[in-house]
Design a protein around this ligand. Structure first.
Ligand SMILES: Cc1cc2nc3c(=O)[nH]c(=O)nc-3n(C[C@H](O)[C@H](O)[C@H](O)COP(=O)(O)O)c2cc1C
Length: 445
């Protein structure tokens, strides 16, 4: 890299997913002597280390390979039988407007708080983080909460799209994700009353940064979150300004090459603060009944929709409940999801919580899936389910039961970037149909 900044302009993507290259590699892995020799050489090396599990020497390497090919062949048959039942599963592609997602295993947005220069620009860390998960076979990669304004950052090390100077730093990451065959999306956020907390690189994790270093806290009403600082009520002009900031950030996301936008309306950040009656006590047009509390979200959606191409999908992440009595709940989520659909939103990403501190959440496997199922059925909008979905069969069942249109694998993907490839193996999807990069086919599960 030398002293140059690594950008889209000086980065070489040759060797990323190229369909013809993949076909050649697959053919070679079945018949090519060169491939067998290379494999045997590797097998000898692993044997020397005492771990030649799949091979017992020169002939063994080839035998292991042909055994594997046969096994995959059986899987092809099994899979095509399944196909006859016409059921949507993890590896069924999905269309959203003009975008085709190769499968229904998506990476949810997860903050990494790693823009260490505090300029909102992604770095080689983010490249490695996101592109390795695209190599791992995820269908859509939703980049973490990305601030639409510097004062809307959760922490000083959040990523941003609040100024044009950030576009190039994103572009090579977006290109990397896309060249690896995944769809690149970004979650746009304003953290509202939960802004300006610390994070691991700067300390004060989960707590307010000391006031002199903190940027202004803003919210629909002056009600603080737990022990964070009391926010100032936003004026109507400021609200309009933030709507514009979402639209401008979406425009920058398009310029960086993103193929989908997710608006963060969950987890107690600014948009969900407007939605929730427990943190919105406004008496103007942005408060009161559901129509007023949803106004800010819908204005953001309309502004983003008007900015991005018609062909580009918009996703909205919601908290389907705040788990608090008298607060935001599933019924309101369903009503708002219907509104979102009417305003051109293509998918609702259904999470819960994060809005009200100190509530009890019944966290267990699939605990948020019923919310996705209800939103999907009652609002008639595609959804994703997220939250403690960790096993391939568990994830697949959510889709075959019609509880969601895609699943998101969060923490499990932090420990295993290759989760989708492993899932393909577990579910009997042949290597030829699994989202391998050509270079990795010889090491297929
Ligand atoms: C480290 C970390 C960072 C997260 N950051 C975000 C974020 O930026 N935006 C968001 O909507 N959710 C965020 N979440 C929530 C995840 O997207 C996901 O909903 C949650 O982890 C539950 O899914 P899981 O059980 O598969 O991990 C984060 C979660 C983790 C663990």
């Amino acid at each position: 890299m030398g002293g140059d900044t690594l950008t889209h302009n000086n980065f070489d993507f040759r060797g990323f997913d190229v369909p013809e290259l993949k076909a050649v590699t697959l053919a070679a892995s079945d018949s090519d002597d060169r491939g067998a020799d290379a494999l045997n050489g590797d097998a000898d090396k692993t044997k020397g280390k005492g771990s030649g599990k799949k091979s017992n020497g020169k002939a063994g390497g080839a035998a292991a390979r042909s055994g594997k090919t046969e096994k995959k062949g059986k899987n092809v048959a099994k899979e095509s039988d399944k196909g006859k039942k016409n059921k949507v599963g993890l590896f069924t592609p999905m269309g959203l407007r003009d975008v085709t997602v190769r499968n229904r295993i998506w990476l949810p947005p997860m903050c990494t708080y790693s823009a260490f220069a505090r300029d909102g620009k992604p770095t080689p860390f983010h490249y490695q983080h996101y592109v390795s998960r695209a190599f791992g076979g995820f269908g859509m990669i939703i980049a973490e909460a990305t601030a639409v304004a510097p004062e809307g950052r959760i922490s000083p090390c959040d990523l941003g799209l609040w100024e044009d100077a950030q576009i190039d730093a994103w572009r090579w990451i977006v290109d990397g994700i896309r060249n690896a065959g995944a769809v690149a999306a970004v979650q746009l956020n304003h953290a509202g009353r939960k802004a300006s907390t610390g994070c691991f690189p700067v300390g004060y994790e989960g707590r307010a940064c000391p006031r002199k270093r903190a940027l202004a806290y803003r919210a629909p009403s002056p009600i603080e979150f737990g022990n964070l600082n009391k926010p100032r009520e936003l004026s109507v002009d400021e609200i309009h300004g933030i709507v514009g900031a979402f639209a401008a950030a979406a425009g920058r996301a398009v310029a960086a090459g993103f193929q989908a936008i997710e608006i963060h309306a969950a987890h107690g950040y600014l948009i969900s603060e407007f939605l929730d009656p427990l943190c919105n006590e406004r008496t103007d047009e942005y408060g009161g009944g559901l129509e007023g509390r949803a106004r800010f979200l819908l204005e953001v959606v309309d502004a983003v929709r008007a900015t991005v191409p018609e062909s580009m999908p918009i996703l909205v992440r919601v908290s389907a409940t705040d788990w608090a009595a008298g607060g935001w709940d599933l019924d309101q989520t369903i009503v708002v999801s219907r509104m979102l659909k009417e305003h051109g939103v293509d998918l609702v990403d259904v999470s819960t919580g994060g809005i009200i501190p100190g509530v009890s959440i019944p966290v267990k496997d699939n605990y948020q899936v019923p919310f996705s199922e209800q939103v999907r059925a009652k609002a008639g909008v595609p959804t994703t389910a997220v939250g403690l979905i960790t096993k391939p069969k568990q994830a697949n069942k959510i889709l075959t039961r019609g509880q969601a249109d895609a699943v998101e694998i969060g923490r499990a993907a932090l420990r295993d970037p290759y989760w989708p490839l492993r899932a393909a193996n577990k579910l009997g999807v042949p290597v030829t149909e699994a989202p391998y990069q050509p270079q990795y086919i010889r090491g297929a599960f």
